[in-house]
Design a protein around this ligand. Structure first.
Ligand code: CIR
Length: 267
Protein backbone atom coordinates (compact mmCIF):
# COMPACT_ATOMS: atom_id res chain seq x y z
CA UNK A 1 0.00 0.00 0.00
CA UNK A 2 1.73 3.15 -1.14
CA UNK A 3 -1.14 5.66 -1.09
CA UNK A 4 0.14 8.85 0.49
CA UNK A 5 3.75 7.73 0.95
CA UNK A 6 4.88 10.74 -1.03
CA UNK A 7 3.76 13.12 1.71
CA UNK A 8 3.09 11.17 4.92
CA UNK A 9 6.20 11.63 7.04
CA UNK A 10 7.25 11.06 10.64
CA UNK A 11 10.81 12.34 10.49
CA UNK A 12 12.98 14.98 8.88
CA UNK A 13 16.68 15.57 8.51
CA UNK A 14 18.03 19.11 8.17
CA UNK A 15 21.43 20.77 8.37
CA UNK A 16 22.07 24.16 9.89
CA UNK A 17 23.22 26.82 7.43
CA UNK A 18 26.95 27.51 7.53
CA UNK A 19 28.41 31.00 7.90
CA UNK A 20 30.00 30.27 4.50
CA UNK A 21 26.57 30.04 2.83
CA UNK A 22 27.18 33.31 0.95
CA UNK A 23 29.77 31.40 -1.10
CA UNK A 24 27.07 28.95 -2.22
CA UNK A 25 26.54 28.48 -5.94
CA UNK A 26 24.16 30.93 -7.57
CA UNK A 27 23.15 31.66 -11.10
CA UNK A 28 23.00 35.43 -10.88
CA UNK A 29 24.87 37.87 -8.76
CA UNK A 30 22.79 39.63 -6.13
CA UNK A 31 22.91 40.41 -2.45
CA UNK A 32 24.56 37.82 -0.20
CA UNK A 33 22.34 35.92 2.21
CA UNK A 34 22.61 37.21 5.77
CA UNK A 35 23.84 34.21 7.81
CA UNK A 36 22.04 35.28 11.00
CA UNK A 37 18.75 35.82 9.19
CA UNK A 38 19.23 32.54 7.33
CA UNK A 39 19.65 30.82 10.71
CA UNK A 40 16.46 32.30 12.10
CA UNK A 41 14.51 31.41 8.95
CA UNK A 42 15.95 27.91 9.22
CA UNK A 43 14.82 27.69 12.86
CA UNK A 44 11.30 28.67 11.77
CA UNK A 45 11.40 26.01 9.03
CA UNK A 46 12.44 23.34 11.55
CA UNK A 47 9.69 24.47 13.91
CA UNK A 48 7.13 24.29 11.08
CA UNK A 49 8.17 20.70 10.30
CA UNK A 50 7.74 19.79 13.96
CA UNK A 51 4.33 21.47 14.02
CA UNK A 52 3.02 19.60 10.97
CA UNK A 53 4.99 16.41 11.13
CA UNK A 54 7.14 14.92 13.80
CA UNK A 55 10.78 14.58 14.72
CA UNK A 56 13.44 16.78 13.19
CA UNK A 57 17.13 15.93 13.44
CA UNK A 58 19.24 19.00 12.78
CA UNK A 59 22.83 18.23 11.81
CA UNK A 60 25.60 20.76 12.53
CA UNK A 61 26.66 23.29 9.91
CA UNK A 62 29.53 22.34 7.60
CA UNK A 63 31.65 25.37 6.80
CA UNK A 64 33.64 23.53 4.14
CA UNK A 65 30.45 23.02 2.11
CA UNK A 66 28.68 26.38 1.62
CA UNK A 67 25.62 24.70 0.05
CA UNK A 68 25.29 21.92 2.62
CA UNK A 69 22.15 23.47 4.17
CA UNK A 70 20.45 22.21 0.99
CA UNK A 71 20.48 18.67 2.32
CA UNK A 72 17.95 17.41 -0.20
CA UNK A 73 20.57 17.29 -2.96
CA UNK A 74 23.11 14.66 -1.76
CA UNK A 75 20.59 11.91 -0.91
CA UNK A 76 17.15 10.46 -1.53
CA UNK A 77 15.30 8.74 1.28
CA UNK A 78 12.42 6.29 1.36
CA UNK A 79 10.97 4.73 4.51
CA UNK A 80 13.80 2.41 5.53
CA UNK A 81 16.50 3.24 3.04
CA UNK A 82 18.73 6.15 2.09
CA UNK A 83 20.32 6.41 -1.33
CA UNK A 84 23.53 8.42 -1.31
CA UNK A 85 23.76 10.37 -4.56
CA UNK A 86 26.56 12.00 -6.51
CA UNK A 87 25.76 15.74 -6.74
CA UNK A 88 26.57 17.23 -10.11
CA UNK A 89 28.40 20.39 -8.95
CA UNK A 90 32.07 19.88 -8.10
CA UNK A 91 31.89 21.97 -4.91
CA UNK A 92 29.00 19.81 -3.66
CA UNK A 93 30.34 16.35 -4.45
CA UNK A 94 31.89 15.90 -0.99
CA UNK A 95 28.56 16.58 0.72
CA UNK A 96 27.39 13.05 -0.06
CA UNK A 97 30.21 11.26 1.76
CA UNK A 98 29.97 13.76 4.61
CA UNK A 99 26.26 13.01 5.03
CA UNK A 100 26.58 9.22 4.80
CA UNK A 101 27.41 8.49 8.49
CA UNK A 102 24.37 10.45 9.66
CA UNK A 103 22.17 8.52 7.25
CA UNK A 104 23.64 5.24 8.50
CA UNK A 105 22.57 6.15 12.05
CA UNK A 106 18.96 6.57 10.96
CA UNK A 107 18.34 4.17 8.11
CA UNK A 108 18.53 0.37 8.22
CA UNK A 109 19.96 0.38 4.72
CA UNK A 110 22.20 2.92 2.98
CA UNK A 111 22.78 2.40 -0.74
CA UNK A 112 25.34 4.29 -2.84
CA UNK A 113 24.33 5.36 -6.32
CA UNK A 114 26.11 2.84 -8.56
CA UNK A 115 28.30 3.85 -11.49
CA UNK A 116 29.83 7.24 -12.22
CA UNK A 117 26.83 9.34 -13.21
CA UNK A 118 25.47 12.35 -11.33
CA UNK A 119 22.12 13.03 -9.68
CA UNK A 120 21.03 15.91 -7.44
CA UNK A 121 18.10 15.12 -5.15
CA UNK A 122 16.48 18.38 -6.25
CA UNK A 123 15.92 16.78 -9.64
CA UNK A 124 13.94 13.87 -8.20
CA UNK A 125 10.25 14.07 -7.38
CA UNK A 126 8.87 10.98 -5.68
CA UNK A 127 5.13 10.51 -6.09
CA UNK A 128 3.46 7.48 -4.50
CA UNK A 129 4.70 5.05 -7.12
CA UNK A 130 6.82 7.03 -9.54
CA UNK A 131 10.11 8.89 -9.57
CA UNK A 132 10.11 11.84 -11.95
CA UNK A 133 13.79 12.49 -12.58
CA UNK A 134 14.71 15.66 -14.39
CA UNK A 135 17.79 15.65 -16.51
CA UNK A 136 19.51 18.95 -15.85
CA UNK A 137 22.91 20.62 -15.62
CA UNK A 138 23.38 18.52 -12.44
CA UNK A 139 21.71 15.20 -13.31
CA UNK A 140 22.93 13.23 -16.30
CA UNK A 141 21.72 10.20 -18.27
CA UNK A 142 24.09 7.80 -16.52
CA UNK A 143 22.89 9.03 -13.14
CA UNK A 144 19.29 8.64 -14.25
CA UNK A 145 19.87 5.07 -15.44
CA UNK A 146 21.59 4.07 -12.19
CA UNK A 147 18.97 5.66 -9.96
CA UNK A 148 16.13 4.18 -12.03
CA UNK A 149 17.56 0.69 -11.43
CA UNK A 150 17.93 1.26 -7.68
CA UNK A 151 14.45 2.70 -7.24
CA UNK A 152 12.72 -0.30 -8.83
CA UNK A 153 13.53 -2.24 -5.64
CA UNK A 154 11.55 0.31 -3.66
CA UNK A 155 8.48 0.17 -5.87
CA UNK A 156 9.11 3.28 -7.98
CA UNK A 157 8.91 3.45 -11.76
CA UNK A 158 11.34 6.03 -13.10
CA UNK A 159 10.22 8.62 -15.62
CA UNK A 160 12.93 10.65 -17.33
CA UNK A 161 11.88 14.24 -17.80
CA UNK A 162 13.74 17.32 -18.96
CA UNK A 163 14.51 20.30 -16.78
CA UNK A 164 14.47 23.36 -19.09
CA UNK A 165 17.89 25.10 -19.09
CA UNK A 166 16.47 28.18 -17.34
CA UNK A 167 15.55 26.05 -14.30
CA UNK A 168 18.22 24.87 -11.83
CA UNK A 169 16.57 21.70 -10.54
CA UNK A 170 13.41 19.93 -11.65
CA UNK A 171 11.79 20.65 -8.28
CA UNK A 172 12.81 24.30 -8.39
CA UNK A 173 9.65 24.67 -10.46
CA UNK A 174 7.27 22.06 -9.04
CA UNK A 175 6.02 20.50 -5.85
CA UNK A 176 3.67 17.68 -4.99
CA UNK A 177 0.30 18.69 -3.50
CA UNK A 178 -1.18 15.20 -3.06
CA UNK A 179 -0.97 11.75 -4.63
CA UNK A 180 -2.48 12.96 -7.92
CA UNK A 181 -1.75 16.68 -7.98
CA UNK A 182 1.35 18.70 -8.76
CA UNK A 183 1.84 22.45 -8.51
CA UNK A 184 4.20 23.67 -11.23
CA UNK A 185 5.34 26.66 -13.20
CA UNK A 186 3.77 27.08 -16.61
CA UNK A 187 7.21 26.67 -18.23
CA UNK A 188 7.79 23.27 -16.66
CA UNK A 189 4.23 22.06 -17.22
CA UNK A 190 4.48 23.03 -20.89
CA UNK A 191 7.15 20.35 -21.37
CA UNK A 192 4.43 17.72 -20.88
CA UNK A 193 6.37 16.07 -18.07
CA UNK A 194 3.34 15.67 -15.79
CA UNK A 195 1.19 13.55 -18.11
CA UNK A 196 -1.20 11.52 -15.96
CA UNK A 197 -1.22 13.98 -13.04
CA UNK A 198 -3.55 16.85 -12.29
CA UNK A 199 -1.54 20.06 -12.48
CA UNK A 200 -2.22 23.41 -10.86
CA UNK A 201 -0.08 26.09 -12.47
CA UNK A 202 1.66 28.82 -10.50
CA UNK A 203 0.25 32.27 -11.24
CA UNK A 204 2.41 34.32 -13.58
CA UNK A 205 5.12 36.13 -11.62
CA UNK A 206 4.84 33.67 -8.70
CA UNK A 207 6.89 30.83 -10.22
CA UNK A 208 9.12 30.77 -7.13
CA UNK A 209 6.12 29.47 -5.17
CA UNK A 210 6.32 26.20 -7.11
CA UNK A 211 9.03 24.79 -4.85
CA UNK A 212 6.51 23.97 -2.12
CA UNK A 213 6.31 20.83 0.03
CA UNK A 214 3.33 18.81 1.18
CA UNK A 215 3.90 17.43 4.66
CA UNK A 216 1.10 15.36 6.14
CA UNK A 217 -2.00 17.58 6.23
CA UNK A 218 -0.27 20.85 5.35
CA UNK A 219 1.48 22.50 2.45
CA UNK A 220 4.52 24.60 3.25
CA UNK A 221 4.76 27.59 0.92
CA UNK A 222 7.32 30.38 0.53
CA UNK A 223 6.12 33.83 1.59
CA UNK A 224 5.45 36.59 -0.92
CA UNK A 225 3.01 34.73 -3.19
CA UNK A 226 -0.46 36.04 -2.35
CA UNK A 227 -2.18 34.76 -5.50
CA UNK A 228 -0.76 31.29 -4.93
CA UNK A 229 -2.01 31.41 -1.34
CA UNK A 230 -5.54 32.22 -2.57
CA UNK A 231 -5.38 29.60 -5.33
CA UNK A 232 -4.23 26.77 -3.10
CA UNK A 233 -6.52 27.69 -0.23
CA UNK A 234 -9.49 27.71 -2.59
CA UNK A 235 -8.41 24.23 -3.75
CA UNK A 236 -8.68 23.02 -0.17
CA UNK A 237 -5.03 22.95 0.88
CA UNK A 238 -4.06 23.98 4.40
CA UNK A 239 -1.03 26.28 4.08
CA UNK A 240 1.84 27.23 6.31
CA UNK A 241 3.74 30.18 4.88
CA UNK A 242 7.44 30.54 5.59
CA UNK A 243 9.99 33.22 4.74
CA UNK A 244 12.77 31.73 2.60
CA UNK A 245 14.34 34.99 1.36
CA UNK A 246 17.89 34.03 2.39
CA UNK A 247 17.82 30.53 0.85
CA UNK A 248 16.48 32.11 -2.35
CA UNK A 249 19.58 34.35 -2.60
CA UNK A 250 21.61 31.18 -3.26
CA UNK A 251 18.95 29.56 -5.46
CA UNK A 252 17.42 27.38 -2.73
CA UNK A 253 13.84 26.90 -1.61
CA UNK A 254 11.65 24.92 0.77
CA UNK A 255 12.20 21.41 -0.54
CA UNK A 256 16.00 21.66 -0.56
CA UNK A 257 16.15 22.29 3.19
CA UNK A 258 15.10 18.82 4.38
CA UNK A 259 15.02 15.11 3.74
CA UNK A 260 11.56 13.81 4.62
CA UNK A 261 10.66 10.22 5.45
CA UNK A 262 8.39 7.86 7.37
CA UNK A 263 10.19 5.62 9.82
CA UNK A 264 8.59 2.42 11.04
CA UNK A 265 6.73 1.71 7.81
CA UNK A 266 7.52 -1.12 5.46
CA UNK A 267 8.38 -0.55 1.83
C1 CIR B 1 23.09 24.97 -5.62
O1 CIR B 1 23.21 25.65 -6.64
O2 CIR B 1 23.38 23.77 -5.60
C2 CIR B 1 22.59 25.63 -4.35
N1 CIR B 1 23.08 26.96 -4.28
C3 CIR B 1 21.09 25.62 -4.31
C4 CIR B 1 20.54 24.23 -4.23
C5 CIR B 1 19.08 24.19 -4.16
N2 CIR B 1 18.63 22.86 -4.05
C6 CIR B 1 17.53 22.40 -4.65
O3 CIR B 1 16.87 23.10 -5.42
N3 CIR B 1 17.21 21.13 -4.41
Amino acid sequence: MTEGRSYRFTDFLCRRPSRSVARGIRDESGPDPDPALFESQHDAYVQALMDVGGNVTVLPAQEEFPDSVFIEDPAIVTSGTAIVLRPGAASRLGEAAALRPSLAEIFAEVVDLPGAGFVDGGDVMLTDDEALIGQSARTDQEGFDALARVLVDFGYRARRVDTPPSILHFKTDCGLLDSETIFASRTLNATGCFDGYRVIEAPEGEEAAANLIRVNDHVLLSAGHPRTEDLLTSNGYDLKVLDTSEAAKVDGGLSCLSLRFALGTTR
